[in-house]
Design a protein around this ligand. Sequence first.
Ligand code: DP6
Length: 344
Amino acid sequence: MFETAWSCPSNIALVKYWSKKEGELQIPANPSLSFTLSACTTSCHMHVEAKPDDGNFSLHFTFDGERKPSFIPKILTFFERIDSLVPWLKTHHVTIATSNTFPHSSGIASSASAFAAMAQCLSDIHQQMGNQVEDPLAFASELARIGSGSAARSLMGPCGVWGKHADFEGSNDRYSIAFADIHPIFQDFRDTILIVESGKKSVSSTAGHELMVGHPFAEARYQQAHRNLSKLKDILMHGHLDLFYALVEEEAMTLHAMMMTGNPSYMLFKPETIAIIERLREARKQKGLSMCFTLDAGANVHVLYPNSEHEKVLNWINDEVAQYLENQRYLCDQIGNGAKRIDI
Ligand code: DP6
């Protein structure tokens, strides 16, 4: 019997992963970089016990203490895909109990933190069984990537870089590496997530990635991501806030532009998303508030800013944008350091 427990945060991409290489297992078409978060986390407790090898997986899964049959197929697909890396999965009964610190269906993607936490537990148990793993963090990140691409970046902080890029030594398509050489202004950066819509998205990220195949702007987008990553490295190292804001917003807008100009085209923006973006740019220009926005593949707006601006930004949110939010809801998060072991 083996057992372990870990918590892993979500992450927010600054340069976006959007498209996979065709015919490969979750290999990104371009490199990406994210801030690792710290408040929005998934905790995973995993327990495995030997069973006869009947060629099948045996899984007991709970979320917040309740069985969730709808999650099982996703996890079994994940197990199937990692079978060669974790060959004991079919000879053990696996019990997984997870919970999130952020509200379920708050519109926050939980797949990054969930797959990262599961991957970290699998990697830990794999080593407890006596298997040699050269680089445990890389191994966990590789497993996480196979579950959900962006999950690869959630294991480490303060930034995760996933995908090969000439300026980041050791960067590669299989797993994410940490990037920590960041200016003090970014070291306690904030991400306040404005909840515009908490329901299920009309088009999943996985379907969205597929629509980049044959997209008329795909090549230009991949080149832009490479250029932006070079610029972002310098910006993060030197603390150039204005350049940071311009680059991060360009990336968010490009992501949604790809959705709007694909075939079929679709929009995940809501009128409230646009209203918030306009208000934010106005407040930055007219009131001098130091902040910017980014978006993931949904309608919610992530407001990024230095810790010193926190009070001012919260006042702005409460006074000027709360009206656009679902139940006036927002979540406060901050840059963090990745996976943490939970004592059991
Ligand atoms: C817009 O990692 O959710 O958040 O690999 O198919 O599971 P799959 O997709 P996913 O895509 C995330 C896309 C994004 C940008 C990013 O996180 O880089």
